[in-house]
Design a protein around this ligand. Sequence first.
Ligand code: GLN
Length: 471
Amino acid sequence: MLSYSDLKPSLDNNSTTAVETVESFLKTIREKQHLNAFLTLTEAEAREAASESETRFKNGEARSLDGMIVAIKDNISTKGIRTTCASRMLENFTPLYDAFVIEKIKNAGGIIVGKTNMDEFAMGSSNENSAFGGVEHPLGQDLVPGGSSGGSAVAVAAGLAHVSLGSDTGGSVRQPAAFCGVVGLKPTYGRISRSGLVAFASSLDQIGIFANSIEDTALLFDTISGHDPNDSTTANRPPAETFKSLSEPLSHKFTVAVLHDEQLEGCSEDVLKKYREGLEVLKSAGAEIVKVTMPVSEAWIPMYYILATAEASSNLARFDGVRYGFRAEAEDGDITTASRSQGFGPEVQRRIMLGTYVLSSGYYDAYYLKAQKARRLVLNAVNDIFSKAEVLYMPTTPTPAFKRGEKTADPIQMYLSDYFTVSANLAGNPAISVPVGNNDAGLPIGMQLQTSHFEEGKLLQFSKLLMDGMR
Ligand code: GLN
C-alpha cells in the first residue's frame, strides 16, 4: 500500500496532485463500499480541501499534511458533519464544533474523506456492536476487523485513506490494527487532547492513529499532539517531534523486556511463532532480553471492565432523551428511560448496568475502589519495567482475526481478546501494534511494543526497526 510519505515526493514536484489523489481514493471508497467502513462520506469537503492543498503545492507553500487522505472514527466531533458513535442515540447528531485533533489536521492540510464505522460508543472488540451493521475485514472470509475502531483500521488496510484516527480505551486502536495488518499507535494518556472525543471512560480514553507506515504515524502524531487548554488532562508539553527522530540512529545496545512464558499461555501457535521471529529481529539489532512479570495480570481484564464501565455509566448519563440525540415518543412512557432503552444497543446497556452496579453504595468498596488500587499496582509495575528496559515487547492479541459471530454469544470471551492491550490504558503509557506478517492462512498478525510515558519518539524508532526487520 502506498503510504503518504511515499507519495509526498510526487506531490512536492507536482508530478501528481492532491486533487488526483483524493479522486483516486474516493473511487476506491466507492468500489469497496461493501466493507461498510464509513458511516458518512465528506466528498465535497474533501475535494475543496484537496484543491486548496494543490494550490499550496503549486506555490511551494505546502503544509505538513497537505495531500494526506484521512479518515476519522465517528466518535470524534466534526463541525457540521454527523457524528453518530455508531449509535441510534446520535444517528442525527451534528456537532457545532471540530475536535482539537480535527482543527489540527485541517490546519496542516490533511484531507478528511469521511467518518468511520465503529462499535457503538467504542464498546466492543469486533465491530459487531455498530447500530449500522458490522465492518467487513478486508480479506472477507466472514472475519471481523477487530474493534472498536474497526472502520478506521479497514480504511487504512483497504486503501480507503492514507491514515485514520481511532480511540483506544482498552485496545481499540491496537487490536483492529493487528487484525487488519496496519500500524496502530495509542500515545501516552494526555499527549493528545480528548476535547471533542465523545467520552467512554475518560481516565482511559486516548485518540490513536492508524497508518501503513511508521513515518505516516509519526507525521500525524506530531501534528495532533500537544497541550490543549480545553482539555485539562493534556500534558503541558509542546507537540511531539517524532518524525525527525526517526532518522536518528538507535543505540546498538538496548534492553527489551518480555513477559514470562505463563503470561503468554493463552496465545495461539501462529501468534507465538511471529512473536519469536520478532524477538530474533530485536536481538540481532542489539537487544538484551530481560524477562519480567506483570503482577495481577489475571486481574487486568476484570479491573479494566470495572473501571471502564463505571466511567461509562457516568459519561453516558448525558444521553437522556432531552438534551442530545434520540428521543422516544411520549406514549412510550418516561422519556429518559424509553429513549435510553430504544437509543442504546444491548452492549452499551450491559455496560451501563455493570458500571452502575460497581459504583452502587453497597459494592463500591468491593469493586470500584479495589480496581482503583489494583490499577496503581499496574502503574508501579510498568514504571519498574521501564527502569530496567527501554521497551516492552509482547503480542497485541492472543489470536489473529476471528470469525463473525464467534464470540458474540459470550461477552467474557470477547473481553479476553483485550488481555495484552488493557495494561497500557490502565498505566497510561504509550503502546503500538506493528504488523509483522501473516500466518499460514494469510491472516495478519501484530506485535506490540510499549515504552515509558512520553517516549513515543523511542517507541516509533523501535517500531520501525521491528517492522523493517519482519518484511
Ligand atoms: N474492547 C474493549 C472494550 O470493549 C476496548 C474498547 C476501546 O478501547 N474503546 O471496552
